[in-house]
Design a protein around this ligand. Sequence first.
Ligand code: 6PG
Length: 267
Amino acid sequence: MAFSGVHRDRGELRIHESVEELSTNLADYIADLSEASVKERGVFAIALSGGSLIGLMGKLCEAPYNKTVDWAKWYIFWADERVVAKNHSDSNYKLAKEGLLSKQVPIVPSHVHSINDSLSAEEAADEYEFDIRQLVKTRMVCVSDISDCPKFDLILLGMGSDGHVASLFPNHSVLDVKNQWVSFITDSPKPPPERITFTLPVINSASIVVVVVTGESKAEAVHLAIDDLGPNCPSLPARMAQPTNGKLVWFLDKPAASKLQSVQFCE
Ligand code: 6PG
């Protein structure tokens, strides 16, 4: 690893020499969290995002993890989803299904919680929140100790070069939603326009939030999301991801981290 350390306010930084190294360490990290969660409470509730993240998680389906991870104890959710048919190339469900869930790992189909793709964005968000509420009641998903929000064991996020995470885009009113777990948008600047998304209170109630970012095109957003920029700091969604009682961890490659201040790479 090129750098590993803890930022004063913005969580743990893990900066990798290459995407390959990041991918190996990410698989290792998720496998360890899964083991700890299964040991502690018998299940592992993990929320995925779309985009390059799924490809970067691919090593989890290879040896040794395909055999050592207790897949049957996983409960899988999406931190955001595009409101399209499940077999549409834009679907995050399809992406995860083809990249992870159908890769000979024994995930229980009834543990996979995706949106109902026959509904409008608003209805899909409401139904998805209802679904999560049932799992919180039975404690398959924990409840936060400081709010009424679910406390996912792990929420995995990617980040766009505009600093969005999940489907929380800069300056969008969805960033202000406080009284819902899942909200929807119909005007996403990144296509497709209709999406559902975990709200900030849910993201910030997780035990662990991991943000995975690679490539130089995201270096400026990484800088704005992590560095201390004083009072004029732009309110980037990625900067608003700040678990209250949980842990924030950044998995970056060197190009994505190239504009970070005060990070000294190990030679
Ligand atoms: C989505 C996402 C979104 C994604 C980022 C990063 O469904 O569009 O969940 O938040 O994670 O846009 O995507 P890339 O890693 O592909 O740039």
